[in-house]
Design a protein around this ligand. Structure first.
Ligand SMILES: [Zn+2]
Length: 259
């Protein structure tokens, strides 16, 4: 994962540039006199094209991102102890809340996990080492929440809208194409590694508590999982703590929710 983050860091200037271009494109405050008519028309066209990004394209691009993550990280083979434990603790979770899930472990010593908009869920062995079965389940429930509440999908749509090459390529054929590695890297940075808003995190925490209750798991595990993240603290750059700050506050809030 550390290796991946170096790759992401290398790509981020490009991503940042794309983000700035996207912001400028839609900024109403930009004086018209500073733009050529061609630019204005081009921008309008780009927005129109971006609006036609389809759900099919979004799911397909999530699929490509999942494949890329699986290519970059070692999946635990079926008989590996991490895979065996994860399969056991997620028994009956092939589907949940209308989502088809594919839950697997990475043999990577980071405290991390993610879910992708195509239902891919990956849990890192480093997180499994630190957490009980129910704590792992709560993290998974939280990640499923991000998918079900379409936080990643919205972000993906925005990323496609802000990247002319992606939006044009996606819509020119009305279908889906194989994204280049640099494009996948940019999407991973913008969609997977970037922080969600605090509102989105709170919604996903509540979703996780509902998930735990619905499945008959122990909801208190959500709070103790946050306690553990808080104890790791220090703002170390990698993993869940990077994308999910303030675990102590989240633990407190979850305990209040549980009552
Ligand atoms: Zn989250």
């Amino acid at each position: 994962m550390i290796r991946n983050f170096k790759l992401m860091a290398a790509l981020s200037p490009m991503v940042a540039a794309a983000g700035v271009a996207g912001a400028m494109m839609i900024a109403p405050a930009t004086p018209a006199s500073s733009q050529s008519l061609g630019n204005i028309l081009g921008s309008a066209k780009k927005v129109a094209e971006a609006a036609s990004v389809t759900d099919e394209q979004i799911v397909a691009y999530f699929g490509q991102m999942s494949d890329e993550m699986d290519r970059q990280n070692p999946l635990a083979p079926a008989k590996n102890p991490y895979a065996v434990r994860l399969a056991k603790l997620t028994q009956g979770l092939d589907t949940y809340d209308g989502l088809k899930l594919d839950i697997k472990a990475y043999l990577v010593d980071d405290v991390n996990a993610f879910a992708m908009g195509d239902g891919t869920v990956r849990v890192y062995s480093g997180l499994m080492d630190k957490m009980t079965d129910d704590e792992v389940r709560c993290v998974i429930g939280h990640e499923i929440g991000h998918v079900k509440l379409e936080h990643g999908q919205k972000r993906m749509k925005r990323a496609l809208q802000q990247d002319a090459a992606l939006s044009v390529a996606g819509t020119a054929s009305g279908g889906v194409r194989r994204l280049a590695n640099s494009e996948l890297g940019g999407l991973l940075q913008n969609v997977l590694y970037a922080q969600h808003s605090q509102a989105a995190e709170t919604q996903s925490d509540d979703y996780a508590l509902g998930f735990m209750a619905a499945k008959g798991y122990n909801r208190e595990a959500c709070a103790t999982a946050m306690d553990k993240l808080a104890a790791m603290g220090g703002g170390g750059g990698i993993g869940l703590l990077q994308t999910h700050p303030n675990p102590a506050a989240r633990a407190k809030r979850m305990r209040k929710q549980i009552g």
